[in-house]
Design a protein around this ligand. Sequence first.
Ligand code: FES
Length: 126
Amino acid sequence: MDLYKELLIDHWKNPRNFKRLKRATSRVKLVNPLCGDKMTLELKVENGEIADVGFSGTGCIISQAAGSLLTEEVRKLKKLDKICKIDEKEYFKILGTNVVPGRKKCALLAYQALKKALEGNGRQNT
Ligand code: FES
């Protein structure tokens, strides 16, 4: 199995930041219209930085692993200004794998939820 697939499976089996936040400053719930799977992404922002981030919901390996990988990156970047600069190209680099066109909606669920959550904190997205 190639390294990237192993990474996705690891994040699916042991999702990082899979939790609900008690005092989120923004919360976004999205549904993949193709399958009905749901993802909730929450941010707790303090002084322009991520104090906490979590995601929850149900979905396929790709959507859940993407939620895990993206929230890890958000924690690592910490500053909202840097997080807002994540564009689609950068996002797929974070996922570290080529997602086949038919599964792109699965992969994008977490990304779209993050973009909306950032708007909820008064940030413009790139
Ligand atoms: Fe539903 Fe991937 S099949 S999110």
